[in-house]
Design a protein around this ligand. Structure first.
Ligand SMILES: Cc1cc2nc3c(=O)[nH]c(=O)nc-3n(C[C@H](O)[C@H](O)[C@H](O)COP(=O)(O)O)c2cc1C
Length: 254
């Protein structure tokens, strides 16, 4: 088959190149275990654009996630450039001006003790990697502000769900499933992500600049880009609680 606009010989070899390239890519694919075990949140990104086609491929893969009644209530707004900068600025300004958290879901007011311990652990790991001292208020504030700016990632994917499902806990559950699939799919393609609740703290700002349709509820955003290998916090590998504190087996003989 000829490719449009190319002389016959070139068309054939370009097509063969394409086939070889995609075979090579298939061969280079990470195993599921490697993706899941090696993925970590990325909080420092290279100043390098992410191709739209790659984001499309990742979202298509992520959408294989299961959902209740196969409702697929999720939707994605992929934001970059000026609208993303406007979100970063508006989110940060609102928080600094003391505007209340206006995320479109319920959250806790006080973190329970057993969970607070794990929150402190990851914070210590991140601050340790970044060389931020416990009493260095300025550096700590700078870190928090980075989070509100979605860690200056080149792309933000705002995950929303259909408003007709507002009030059901199933929709956030389904969004969680697809978001996990999304960050893993991105990692398998060499992209890093951080699921970023801070980035939607001022959700009206996100709604305005990402032009989120009125029939959608904002669930979360995912900051995405090429990981900066020299950014210290990117080396942080979070721990998981032991399995014997996580799992109960019931009715097994052994
Ligand atoms: C719903 C949700 C919201 C999160 N929000 C933030 C956030 O606002 N800022 C941040 O730095 N990380 C955020 N994270 C990332 C978690 O801190 C991270 O997933 C956790 O510490 C485990 O680390 P890992 O992703 O490297 O395995 C969020 C993760 C989830 C699932």
């Amino acid at each position: 088959m000829l490719l449009a606009g190319m002389p016959p010989s070139q068309g054939v070899s370009a097509k063969m190149d394409q086939t070889l390239n995609s075979r090579q890519q298939e061969k280079n694919r990470m195993t599921y275990d490697a993706v899941v075990r090696e993925r970590k949140s990325t909080r420092g990104f290279l100043d390098k654009p992410v191709p739209r086609e790659l984001v499309t491929e990742i979202i298509e893969l992520a959408c294989r996630a299961p959902s209740s009644f196969n409702n697929q209530c999720w939707n994605f707004s992929v934001v970059t450039g000026e609208p993303l900068n406007a979100i970063r600025t508006g989110n940060t300004e609102g928080i600094l001006a003391g505007k209340p958290d206006s995320r479109e879901f319920r959250t806790f007011t006080t973190v329970p003790d057993e969970h607070r311990g794990r929150q402190i652990e990851i914070a210590k790991q991140l601050f340790g990697a970044m060389g931020i001292e416990r009493d260095d208020k300025e550096a700590r504030q700078d870190w928090v502000l980075r989070g509100f700016r979605q860690f200056d990632a080149p792309v933000s994917i705002v995950v929303t769900y259909d408003k007709v499902l507002l009030g059901s806990d199933i929709a956030p559950f389904d969004c969680g499933a697809v978001t996990n699939a999304l960050v893993n799919a991105a990692w398998s393609r060499g992209l890093g992500c951080v699921i970023n609740s801070q980035g939607i703290m001022q959700s009206p700002v996100v709604r305005e600049h990402a032009n989120i349709p009125d029939d959608q509820v904002i669930m979360i955003c995912v900051a995405m880009g090429w990981p900066d290998p020299d950014f210290p916090a990117n080396a942080v590998y979070s721990h998981r609680k032991p399995l014997d504190e996580t799992v109960r087996f019931v009715g097994f003989e052994d």
